[in-house]
Design a protein around this ligand. Structure first.
Ligand SMILES: Cc1cc2nc3c(=O)[nH]c(=O)nc-3n(C[C@H](O)[C@H](O)[C@H](O)COP(=O)(O)OP(=O)(O)OC[C@H]3O[C@@H](n4cnc5c(N)ncnc54)[C@H](O)[C@@H]3O)c2cc1C
Length: 408
């Protein structure tokens, strides 16, 4: 056993663990961070396509899936304004882009990773890399056993191990196992912020095409979720911001089987069907392909024509009333079927994780095991695309540090 007794051991040097470590150490807590990878902050580095979308000026519980009370509390403690001031104070220059997304001004995620690591070091916390915690035990103290057999002791323990998403940047199941060792239960993690596989293989004809749409997720004709924005057609189905933003709901709903979705290719119009009907009356002599010229991508129009069974050489005004009706309706409510989400190595986050009902909303302390704190993506909280996940990771680490330092 290592002879030092730490005030706090934090398992995981991601955004959540690093913010927590800095906040604990600057309050005088003897803090050790254990990180299994050879370097800290690996997910920060890959985030935002290497640009790191760190937070969002619109941050609110509405952008998350998870326990609303816990989210309210965390986001009150660490609001957008607090986050902006916090990172600026650490020496990071930030810029806001469209949709409230905030990035480091350098345009590189290394700026965020290096700033956080520096802040942890300056505050006096120690980070041990290539050190995987494989067992945790609670006696009078917490004992953490790492992969080489060495043991570390602390009065308080923070699990900030992240989720099992994106294993190539550190994602692992280990955090769930450690939480279970200390009495917690875990809602099965499922991939989220990941591409959606569609049953309708015909869409692979559109691979590489981007389109502005409204995507709706349905269950028994009830709207479960909805997102507006760009989708990218791929050889398996759809990706892109709008697809990612409904992927958490799709992932959950897939538990019960395939998921019905609708794509509206005219999201900017209040009534796309009425628009198409008026257009059909105006351009009665146009053949279907010409009818869609100027309003739909050519390949998409061809797919639609085949899907509905429009007769290609006959003007729209001479199509049967049924096909004409479908021609005006389908582009606004094109039914598709989600069969799966892309696998863990493509998923940016996990939906599911340690049950938040077992966590104190105000402090992130475990309700199962006193002096244990659980933060970040290891919890059953996931955000939409736009900086919300990193914001929550930091907010929960920040909140836990304040609470656990106070109670000492
Ligand atoms: C490709 C990609 C792009 C993303 N882009 C964005 C974005 O732009 N904006 C945004 O908000 N979110 C983004 N995310 C999500 C965001 O990165 C995560 O939600 C966030 O990093 C989670 O932080 P965390 O500290 O909870 O977990 P992590 O960052 O996963 O950190 C956990 C750390 O714990 C370590 N660890 C785990 N188990 C152990 C153990 N047993 N012993 C020791 N160490 C352990 C891991 O190696 C890891 O370093 C992206 C994710 C991916 C994969």
């Amino acid at each position: 056993m290592n002879s030092i007794i730490y005030d706090v051991i934090i398992i995981g040097a991601g955004a959540s663990g690093l913010v927590c470590a800095r906040e604990c150490a600057r309050r005088g807590q003897k803090t050790l961070v254990l990180e299994k990878e050879a370097s800290a902050a690996r997910k920060i580095l890959v985030s935002g396509n290497g640009r790191c979308n760190l937070t969002n000026s619109r941050v609110s519980p509405a952008y998350y899936y998870g326990n609303t009370e816990l989210l309210h509390s965390a986001l009150e403690n660490f609001s957008y304004q607090t986050a902006y001031a916090y990172f600026t104070d650490l020496g990071l220059l930030l810029v806001e882009e469209g949709l409230g997304r905030v990035f480091p001004a350098t345009g590189k995620s290394t700026a965020v990773a290096e700033t956080l690591k520096l802040a942890v070091w300056e505050a006096g916390a120690q980070i041990l890399t290539s050190t995987e915690a494989i067992r945790v035990k609670k006696g009078e103290l917490f004992t953490v056993t790492v992969a080489n057999g060495e043991r570390f002791a602390a009065r308080k323990l923070v699990l900030a191990c992240g989720s099992c998403a994106y294993p190539q940047a550190g994602g692992t199941q280990r955090g769930y196992e450690l939480a279970k060792m200390l009495g917690h239960s875990v809602n099965t993690p499922r991939p989220a912020l990941s591409g959606i596989c569609l049953k309708e293989t015909a869409f692979s004809r559109l691979t590489g095409i981007r389109s502005q749409v409204r995507l709706t997720v349905l269950e028994n004709n009830r709207v479960l979720d909805c997102a507006e924005g760009e989708i990218l057609f791929t050889n398996y189905g759809i990706n892109g911001p709008a697809a990612l933003n409904v992927s958490s709901t799709v992932s959950h709903t897939l538990k019960h089987g395939n998921v019905a979705m609708e794509i509206n290719f005219f999201p900017q119009l209040a009534d796309g069907t009425a628009f198409l009907k008026a257009r059909a009356e105006r351009y009665t002599n146009r053949k279907p392909k010409d009818f869609f010229a100027g309003i739909l991508h050519e390949n998409l129009a061809n797919l639609l024509i085949d899907f509905i069974g429009l007769r290609k050489t006959i003007p729209v005004g001479s199509q049967t009333p049924n096909t004409l009706n479908q021609m005006c309706r389908i582009p606004c409510r094109w039914p598709v079927t989600a069969t799966a989400l892309r696998p863990w190595n493509e998923a940016m986050v996990a939906t599911g994780g340690v049950k938040t009902t077992e966590i104190n909303y105000n402090t992130f302390e475990s309700l199962k095991c006193p002096n244990l704190y659980i933060t970040g993506e290891l919890l059953d909280v996931d955000g939409k695309s736009g900086g919300f996940n990193l914001h929550f990771a930091c907010a929960s680490g920040f909140t836990a540090a304040a609470a656990l330092s106070k109670e000492n």
